[in-house]
Design a protein. Structure first.
Lengths: 168, 105
């Protein structure tokens, strides 16, 4: 079977962009088959044969079994992210169907982003005061980028929360 | 805890589906059928809801049969009370709507 690998970087808050890209790939006849760190392995498929979804979820075999029971196929895990695909013929594929669960997914993502930011801040500061390893600025920049991402996630959440005031 | 609050539509249909024991996929199918195809519970949302409803004691997982790995759930006594209260609340909503909009309907 024809295969190809694409290396690509997405920031933690770019999950919807990432998902969109994976579905564009599937539309053009390449469906995600396995994942590695910043590495996406595709196999040839019929254009539009699959819908791909990703989600931040802690390791949980019971959850994967549950998803598979509903016709989704588990593709793999990259750090905190898990990837699923489902044949378009088996119906529409979403992981979340209400605003509440979308908000709690965003909460999960922003928690991780905040803790990554905090870790980089601590490492960055510690290294800034260390004359031997003068690389603290790298972590401080990463921290700044992550804080920017946190803002992006929060504005996504705000939109949903506003919506939640009037409907589910 | 105040049990006098509105259930979400997802919660309502999940509880309703569990009046008889049912596994996850069954709940999704039944909800879609009952709502005439309007509500499609997504698996991630359903999984989260099943866990929190179990925590609340409104539903309970049944012991897993050896052969099938599918976990079934059913409504508890508390869950039934919650569901009945919700039904009464919804009936009131409908009645009020009908009364006010009498001329429009």
């Amino acid at each position: 079977m024809e295969r190809k690998t694409i290396r690509k970087w997405f920031w933690v808050w770019e999950f919807d962009k990432e998902e969109q890209w994976l579905n564009t790939m599937a539309q053009s006849g390449w469906v995600l088959d396995s994942v590695g760190f910043c590495k996406y392995n595709f196999v040839k498929c019929e254009p539009g044969e699959y819908t791909v979804r990703l989600e931040m979820h802690d390791p949980d075999d019971e959850y994967i079994a549950f998803m598979e029971e509903t016709g989704a196929e588990y593709i793999g895990r990259m750090v905190k992210w898990i990837f699923f695909r489902k044949k378009a013929l088996d119906g529409p594929f979403e992981i979340f169907s209400d605003i509440d669960s979308r908000i709690s997914q965003l909460d999960k993502i922003s928690k991780l982003t905040a803790s990554l930011g905090f870790a980089n801040l601590a490492i960055g500061l510690a290294n800034s005061f260390n004359p031997v390893t003068n690389v603290g600025w790298v972590n401080l920049i990463v921290c700044a980028v992550l804080m920017y991402g946190l803002g992006r996630i929060h504005s996504k959440k705000e939109v949903l929360e506003k919506e939640r005031m009037v409907r589910e | 805890m105040n049990e006098n609050i509105a259930l979400t539509e997802s919660t309502y249909y999940i509880l309703l589906s569990l009046y008889r024991p049912q596994h996850g996929y069954g709940i999704m199918q039944q909800t879609e059928q009952l709502s005439g195809g309007r509500i499609r519970l997504a698996a991630g949302t359903l999984y989260g809801a099943l866990n929190s409803l179990t925590e609340k004691g409104w539903i309970v997982p049944l012991p897993v049969q050896e052969e099938s790995r599918k976990k079934e759930y059913k409504l508890t006594e508390t869950g039934l009370v919650v569901l009945k209260n919700e039904l009464a609340r919804l009936q009131q909503l409908v009645e009020n709507g009908r009364q006010v909009l009498e001329e429009e309907l």
